[in-house]
Design a protein around this ligand. Structure first.
Ligand code: ATP
Ligand code: MG
Length: 218
């Protein structure tokens, strides 16, 4: 089953690129053919792709508002999964990518300011849904979560967002230094250290992502 997802957020720095690369690389190692379309101005995913040697993992750089639809179509013909790594904020580029997506993933930290911006992203997805005449599936993914510890504010924010009705991934992205090392060495976490709990965390998220896509397709 082919799937197209966008990593989107009204807020910058909430792990869109980390997830695009981390999940894409782990899924490729699991046998899924993945193309990441790098629409982030900083082109960090592209730089990772130049260093990486992972069969079935491709990064296409320089994806812009002008070429995004064509790049999604081309990547979709040759891949099992297309991940569009969007820049933060609202843009025509994001609206176009969202309209082509089977699922928009909204990474957000569990803080009030980040959660407000995640809700803003949901509004953008509603706009994109209006524009294309279908409800675009979306899900929030908590990012940079501290393992085994949830602060009082984080708990409150989580409860509020859960009450908003927007779907939320059961799995959350843990805060791990190895996710920063990944960009330095150009390797998937499980290539750096197969026993890294961060690798297991990415695999859990990857499995949930694929089962969400499968459920949406049926
Ligand atoms: N789970 C994590 N654990 C540790 N560091 C992380 C994690 N997620 C992101 N970071 C770090 O936070 C910073 C921002 O992450 P990233 O670039 O993935 O966010 P982004 O949403 O793509 O940002 P932008 O909106 O600028 O494109 C980076 O320095 C990254 O290494
Ligand atoms: Mg980014």
């Amino acid at each position: 089953m082919a799937g197209i997802i966008s990593m989107a957020s009204a807020k910058g720095g909430c792990s869109k690129t980390t997830l695009s690369v981390g999940l894409g690389a782990e899924l490729a190692l699991m046998g899924v053919k993945v193309t990441v379309l790098d629409a982030d101005l900083n082109q960090h995913a592209t730089k990772f792709g130049e260093k990486a040697a992972i069969t079935g993992f491709t990064v296409v750089g320089e994806v812009t508002e002008t070429n995004v639809l064509g790049e999604i179509r081309k990547a979709n013909e040759t891949s099992d999964l297309v991940i569009v790594d969007l820049p933060g904020g609202s843009s025509m580029l994001a609206l176009k990518a969202m309209q082509r997506s089977h699922l928009v993933v909204i990474p957000s930290q569990q803080s009030l300011l980040d959660a407000r911006d995640a809700i803003k992203t949901v509004d953008q997805i509603e706009d994109a849904s209006e524009a294309c005449g279908r409800v675009i599936p979306r899900a929030i993914l908590w990012s940079r979560v501290m393992q085994g510890f949830e602060s009082r504010p984080a708990k409150k924010v989580r409860a509020t967002v859960e009450g908003s009705g927007t779907p939320i991934f059961r799995a959350a992205l843990l805060n791990r230094v190895s996710l920063q090392e990944m960009f330095l060495v150009g390797k998937a976490l499980s290539q750096i250290n197969v026993k890294d709990p961060g690798a297991a965390n990415l695999k859990t998220i990857a499995e949930e992502l694929m089962s969400r896509l499968e459920a949406l397709a049926t």
